[in-house]
Design a protein around this ligand. Structure first.
Ligand SMILES: *[C@@H]1O[C@H](CO)[C@@H](O)[C@H](O)[C@H]1NC(C)=O
Ligand SMILES: *[C@@H]1O[C@H](CO)[C@@H](O)[C@H](O)[C@H]1NC(C)=O
Ligand SMILES: *[C@@H]1O[C@H](CO)[C@@H](O)[C@H](O)[C@H]1NC(C)=O
Length: 357
């Protein structure tokens, strides 16, 4: 990361050459390296968008948010989400608000479109959870949002320039497996796709959606790979762990197929859309530090795998990977977010310098 001092010395040289750049130096000493941050995703980032939808996938009750300053907010964990922590690491002092409650000033700083239970495919989550906000619908919300940016900045070209300086996080696919493909696959409900074909279908839709985000002016985009979904407690309790493992290894293998294809799509997008930077965020945790409980949720569960309203919770939340039967604890979110922030460094290192040129 470039701090103010090193930028200053770099630009002092420039000031000698171009004597009118003094004002620029002042601008460059703004401590924030990233002017705006837009978040697209599922329950790993949802911070309240689902609360006003006809869906069962909402968690605005204790013990969700027990370690969050404002208490239960619709976040699917005990504390901050991965997106909350990344925003802090990027230098944002105030939280990025949910799209549903964003107002004027927010549109220039970024909003969070995340929706628990949704996926790459429009139908993902609909049967199990109701009216969740798919990636396609999040993209149309973004399109509406852009009209606010144009109004606020006065012209389309200013809006375009602003939007190109923002960082965009994108993370979808978990629910396309957990709430769509895997239940069908394991219960032999007819599906026209084998695991290879399903992964191909997903990444081809995903690629089009990412291209659409580019068409809406995004140039710095971080795309997260999927975690080991076969280790999620609801998978293990429903299908049983593989021999010698705590996880459903076949599910993990299916996800690996998706990740491998996604990585190629990201390379392709960078090649085809050469004025943009798409970063593949691998989030591979090599050390869990003090987290020793690898498979037990921290709260007592309802039948659908969420925490029971007002139910019992563990006291050592920092030692658990899982908060409920699907979602990580804030302790794990912190590890993920730090790794993701490092993976994202090509998007923010020297961001200001590039903008000036
Ligand atoms: C958020 O938006 C919803 C839906 O428009 C509204 O009902 C709710 O009052 C808003 N909440 C806040 C805190 O603004
Ligand atoms: C990149 O461009 C090629 C050639 O037009 C196309 O076949 C391919 O699908 C594109 N890839 C992506 C990820 O957009
Ligand atoms: C592990 O726990 C100890 C004692 O609570 C603490 O001092 C240390 O910072 C923790 N390490 C990590 C990586 O969280």
């Amino acid at each position: 990361m470039i701090n103010c001092t090193s930028r200053l010395s770099f630009f002092l040289l420039a000031v000698v050459i171009f004597s009118t750049l003094q004002q620029l130096v002042v601008v460059l000493c703004e401590p924030k390296v990233v002017p705006c941050y837009f978040i697209f995703g599922d329950s790993l980032v949802d911070n309240g968008n689902n609360l006003y939808r006809e869906t069962t996938e909402k968690v605005n009750y204790m013990p969700y948010g027990i370690d969050f300053p404002e208490g239960p907010t619709g976040r699917f964990t005990n504390g901050r989400t991965i997106a909350d922590i990344i925003a802090e690491l990027l230098g944002f002092e105030e939280r990025i608000p949910p799209y549903v409650n964003a107002t004027n000033g927010d549109f220039l700083r970024g909003v969070n479109y995340g929706s628990g239970g949704c996926g790459i495919l429009d139908e993902t989550g609909r049967q199990l959870y109701g009216d969740v906000i798919s990636f396609n619908e999040q993209l149309s919300n973004h399109e509406s949002m852009i009209s606010h940016v144009v109004k606020l900045l006065g012209t389309e070209s200013r809006a375009k320039q602003h939007l190109s300086s923002c960082i965009y996080s994108v993370g979808f696919g978990s629910n396309d497996y957990l709430a769509n493909y895997l239940p069908k696959y394991y219960s032999s409900i007819s599906t026209p796709y084998n695991p290879q074909q399903f992964a191909s279908l997903l990444v081809s839709k995903y690629s089009n959606q990412l291209q659409k985000l580019y068409d809406y002016g995004a140039r710095k985009v971080a795309v997260s790979q999927l975690g080991k979904l076969g280790c999620v407690p609801i998978q293990v309790s429903t299908y049983g762990a593989s021999e010698g493992s705590l996880c459903v290894e076949m599910s993990n293998n299916f996800v690996q197929i998706f990740n491998a294809k996604l990585k190629l799509v990201i390379e392709d997008l960078n090649y085809n859309l050469s004025d943009a930077n798409f970063v593949y965020v691998s989030n591979v945790i090599t050390s869990y530090g003090n987290i020793t409980n690898l498979n037990e949720p921290c709260c007592s569960l309802s039948i659908d795998g969420h925490c029971l309203p007002g139910g019992v919770i563990c006291s050592n939340r920092d030692e658990h990977i899982f908060w409920d039967a699907f979602h990580p604890t804030e302790a794990v979110n912190m590890i993920y977010a730090k790794l993701a922030h490092t993976d994202m460094s090509p998007l923010y290192a020297s961001a200001d310098l590039i903008d000036i040129v």
